[in-house]
Design a protein around this ligand. Structure first.
Ligand SMILES: O=C(CO)[C@@H](O)[C@H](O)COP(=O)(O)O
Ligand SMILES: [Fe+2]
Length: 218
């Protein structure tokens, strides 16, 4: 599954671009939310999700790179988010929030972790989540280079999900493109976030989406 990240899109044409990648076969749209604290950058809030909701039929997944995700969950749900992804780094015990997102809010829940977090830290929560997001760059900015050590981490994550929750999706985010996507798929990933490789592609976002879908399948 391909999840174009709108962080790399030309915001003056956001609706049009999201329509275009949806038509090209994007499986979901990835919305990067940054608070300037958890990561050294600011990006977008729930109004963007609200604006995009009528534009696409595919799920909108919100990647919350924020220190205090609990403050924002309701707003994103009201705006139309389908999946809420929170970072393990800011949750000493993510279980109450995972439960809240699933039961009270009725949405899908993802747990993300940075490249310097031991993969085993997510193990106790795998059985309760829909998606594990293995960051393949340090979060905060689009357009960074894929960290090669991520492949070994993905293999570990795949082995852990096989034991605890084979239905749990394994998502990769950061530096995913034509050169890195097949390796990530072989290592166990099945959801691929791509920002610059889609919206910055020479061939245009629609063709790039189709190319990435084909490469991920090989
Ligand atoms: O969460 C993040 C960055 O923190 C990502 O979702 C980026 O937006 C991916 O951009 P590319 O590396 O694909 O350009
Ligand atoms: Fe992201």
């Amino acid at each position: 599954m391909i999840a174009p990240s709108i962080l790399a899109a030309d915001f003056s044409k956001l609706g049009e671009l999201v329509r275009e990648v949806t038509k090209a076969g994007a499986d979901r749209i990835h919305v990067d939310v940054m608070d300037g604290h958890f990561v050294p950058n600011l990006s977008m809030g729930a109004v963007v999700v609200e604006g995009l909701r009528p534009v696409t039929t595919v799920p909108l997944e919100v990647h919350l790179m924020v220190e205090d995700p609990g403050r924002f969950l309701d707003g994103f749900v009201k705006a139309g988010a389908d999946t809420l992804i929170v970072h393990l780094e800011v949750l000493p015990d993510p279980r109450p929030m995972v439960e809240h997102i699933k039961k009270a809010l009725g949405k899908k829940v993802g747990l993300a972790f940075n490249p310097d977090m031991p993969v085993e830290r997510i193990e106790p929560y795998l059985k309760d989540i829909d998606l594990a997001l293995c960051m393949t760059v340090f979060p905060g900015f689009g357009g960074q280079a894929f960290i090669p050590e991520s492949l070994e981490r993905l293999r570990k994550l795949k082995a852990l999900t096989a034991v605890h929750n084979p239905a749990c999706e394994i998502e990769v985010d950061g530096g995913i493109g034509a050169k890195t996507i097949a390796g990530c798929a072989a290592a166990g990933a099945n959801v691929f976030v791509a920002g610059s490789a889609v919206f910055g592609a020479k061939q245009g976002p629609a063709a790039a989406t189709k190319d990435l879908i084909a490469l991920a399948k090989q």
